[in-house]
Design a protein around this ligand. Structure first.
Ligand SMILES: O=C(O)[C@@H](O)[C@@H](O)[C@H](O)[C@H](O)CO
Ligand SMILES: [Fe+2]
Length: 358
C-alpha cells in the first residue's frame, strides 16, 4: 500500500502540496486536470505540467482521479466513439507521463450523492451525510442547486456546473438506459480502451456507486460484490479493476467489505479508506476513520487489503471538517491527515504481526 492524499491541483484546492508533504508516510498524490470537461482530450503537456508541479514539491502522482466519462459513452449514443477516442488519447497522455492508475465512475448524471454537506456532530465537527427520505421528496434540479450552493464556493468533484446546468435534459437522455444497457456500455468502453491500457500498463479502477443503490430512478451498476464480480468477469483482464471505496460500498450494510476485498484479489487497483456511522438503512453520516467513531471495523477491512497483497495507492477518503478549517466538504487537510496516520498505524501493526507469525 502506498499512502496518498487526493489533491485537486493548483487553484482548486485549499490544501497545498507542501502541507501534504509533511504528513508522515504520504509519498504521493492522486490528482486530475480539474478544469478539463468530461469528454475533452487530455494532452501530454498538460499532464506533464501537473506532474512537474507535484514532483517539485517532492511528491509523486500515484494516479488520476478522475478522467470522467462523457455521458454519451454511458448512454451509448452514436457519437460515443468520438468521446472514447478522446479518452484513449487522454490515457495515452497519462501513460506517457509514467502514471499507471486511473480512477473513474460510471454513474449516470450525478457522481456521489449526499443530502447534507455540513451536518454538525456532537463534537462540533461537520460531515457529509445522507438521508434517503430527503432524496425521495426532492426533485433532481433542486437537489443539484442545493449541493452546489453549499460547497463553500468550491466546485465539487463530479458536480460540474456546465454539465449539470440542465439536469432535466440529462435525465431525459438517460430515460431508455436500463441497468443492463448501462452495463453493456461500460463493457463496450472497457474493451475499446483495452489496447492503450495494456500498452502503457494503465490500471483502470472503477469507483463504486455512492450510495450503492439507484437514486432518482437512475440505474446504478457497481453496487456490491455480485455486481463487481460480474464487471470484472465481463472484461477479464488485469487492467480492468476497481477502486475499493469503503464508504461507497459501505452505504449498504449488507455489503461485507472484507469479503468483497478478498474476492477481488489482484483486481483492487486503488483503495479509498473511510468510515460511516449508520443510523438506519439509508440514513448515515460520514465519520472519522477510527473504527469506534463509525459502523465499520476498519481493522478487518485493512487486514483484508493486507491479506490480498494490495500494493497500489490508497488514500483516506472524505474526512470531517474540524478545527475551523475552510475547505471543500470532505476534503480538508486535518481529518484526512489524521486518517492517513491511523490507516498507516493499522497497516504497520498488521504487517509486523504477520511477519512475526502472530
Ligand atoms: O466521493 C468522492 O469524493 C470520490 O470518491 C468520488 O467523487 C470519486 O472521485 C469519483 O466517483 C470517481 O470518479
Ligand atoms: Fe471513494
Amino acid at each position: 500500500m502506498r499512502m496518498t492524499l487526493r489533491w485537486y491541483g493548483p487553484g482548486f484546492d485549499s490544501v497545498t502540496l507542501e502541507q501534504i508533504k509533511q504528513i508522515p508516510g504520504v509519498t504521493g498524490v492522486i490528482t486530475t486536470l480539474y478544469d478539463v470537461p468530461a469528454g475533452d482530450e487530455w494532452t501530454y503537456d498538460r499532464v506533464k505540467g501537473l506532474k512537474d508541479i507535484v514532483e517539485a514539491a517532492g511528491l509523486k502522482i500515484e494516479g488520476i482521479e478522475s478522467i470522467n466519462i462523457h455521458d454519451s459513452i454511458k448512454i451509448g449514443t452514436p457519437d460515443r466513439d468520438k468521446y472514447i477516442d478522446n479518452y484513449i488519447k487522454s490515457l495515452e497522455a497519462v501513460g506517457k507521463n509514467d502514471i499507471h492508475m486511473v480512477c473513474y465512475n460510471f454513474m449516470p448524471v450525478f457522481d456521489w450523492t449526499r443530502t447534507d454537506l455540513a451536518k454538525m456532530r456532537p463534537d462540533g465537527s461537520t460531515v457529509l451525510a445522507y438521508d434517503q427520505k430527503v432524496v425521495d421528496t426532492i426533485d433532481p434540479q433542486t437537489f443539484f442547486n442545493q449541493t452546489t450552493d453549499n460547497s463553500n464556493g468550491f466546485v465539487m468533484p463530479g458536480w460540474e456546473p456546465e454539465r449539470l446546468a440542465h439536469v432535466h435534459k440529462l435525465f431525459d437522455a438517460y430515460k431508455d438506459v436500463t441497468s443492463d444497457k448501462l452495463f453493456d456500455n461500460l463493457v463496450y468502453f472497457l474493451n475499446a480502451i483495452g489496447p492503450v491500457c495494456e500498452k502503457y500498463d494503465i490500471k483502470m479502477a472503477i469507483h463504486p456507486d455512492d450510495p450503492a443503490w439507484p437514486v432518482f430512478n437512475l440505474p446504478r451498476i457497481i453496487t456490491g460484490k455480485e455486481a463487481i464480480l460480474k464487471m470484472l468477469k465481463a472484461v477479464d483482464k488485469p487492467y480492468n479493476g476497481i477502486t475499493l471505496c469503503m464508504g461507497s460500498l459501505g452505504t449498504n450494510l449488507n455489503n461485507d467489505l472484507p469479503d468483497i476485498i478478498r474476492s477481488c484479489k489482484g483486481r483492487v487497483h486503488f483503495a479509498h479508506i473511510r468510515n460511516l456511522h449508520h443510523f438506519a438503512p439509508g440514513v448515515f453520516e460520514e465519520a472519522a476513520h477510527l473504527s469506534s467513531d463509525g459502523s465499520f471495523d476498519m481493522y478487518e477491512a485493512v487486514k483484508a487489503l493486507h491479506d490480498i497483497g494490495f500494493d497500489g495507492p490508497a488514500r483516506p477518503d472524505h474526512g470531517r471538517t474540524i478545527w475551523g478549517e475552510k475547505c471543500m466538504p470532505g476534503y480538508g487537510l486535518y481529518d484526512r491527515a489524521l486518517g492517513a496516520m491511523y490507516i498507516q498505524g493499522l497497516w504497520e501493526a498488521i504487517d509486523k504481526a504477520e511477519k512475526r507469525g502472530v
